[in-house]
Design a protein around this ligand. Structure first.
Ligand code: HEM
Ligand code: HEM
Length: 147
């Protein structure tokens, strides 16, 4: 389950990466940098942060488990596209999009806080480094003594 969610985060991140770089290329090609903050946050909230969620969840699978992790997943995956779509509208002069950006950014903030909670306070336990005895059980002093 957590493994699947890491893969889902990675796939979502790659989608954002492709889209963000497409926007970057278009900005450069048309010489119009109006969407620069959208490009930047597609890359950073999308590609970079999602790839980190994937990697961290792969290292510490408990971070992606349980109902809080599900809330973390959905608040982020609703908040980011809603915020960035509203930002595109706002940058094109649609003032009514402003409160939508505000609410969506709070949803992202909730997700980030939940992620912090899951990582630091509750679930992320480091993988225990194998002791030399378990790594080299066959040549550990106790094993040799038993021979
Ligand atoms: C082929 C790939 C890319 C192209 C063509 C591209 C293009 C651009 C362009 C034209 C700007 C606007 C610069 C300005 O108006 O000052 C920009 C800004 C930015 N890009 Fe990209 N970009 C690419 C990839 C990336 C990636 C992979 C990231 C992050 C992981 C990234 C992060 C940013 C950021 C943070 C800014 C804002 C910089 C600032 O505050 O001045 N870009 N990019
Ligand atoms: C809910 C989440 C976030 C909100 C509401 C937010 C909001 C903002 C705002 C208001 C600006 C100033 C834009 C301007 O002056 O035109 C900005 C710029 C920037 N933010 Fe964020 N940010 C968020 C998340 C992030 C994250 C997670 C990263 C990095 C991993 C990031 C990196 C940047 C960078 C590099 C800039 C300067 C480039 C630009 O102006 O677009 N932001 N952000």
């Amino acid at each position: 389950m957590s493994h699947n969610r890491s893969i889902t985060w990675l796939r979502l991140g790659v989608l954002y990466f492709a889209f963000a770089v497409g926007v970057g290329i278009a900005m450069g090609a048309y010489g119009n940098h109006l969407l620069m903050p959208v490009h930047a946050h597609l890359n950073l909230l999308g590609w970079v942060s999602m790839a980190l969620f994937a990697l961290i969840g792969h290292l510490y699978p408990a971070v992606h488990q349980g109902p809080l992790a599900t809330v973390q997943f959905w608040t982020y995956n609703i908040g980011v596209p809603v915020m960035l779509t509203a930002l595109v509208l706002r940058l094109n002069g649609v003032a009514a999009a402003e409160p939508v950006i505000g609410f969506a950014s709070v949803a992202i903030g909730v997700s980030v806080a939940l992620f912090g909670w899951l990582v630091v306070l509750t679930r992320a336990r480091p993988m225990r480094a194998p002791s030399s005895a378990t790594m080299h059980a066959d040549i550990a002093p106790s094993a040799l003594a038993a021979r």
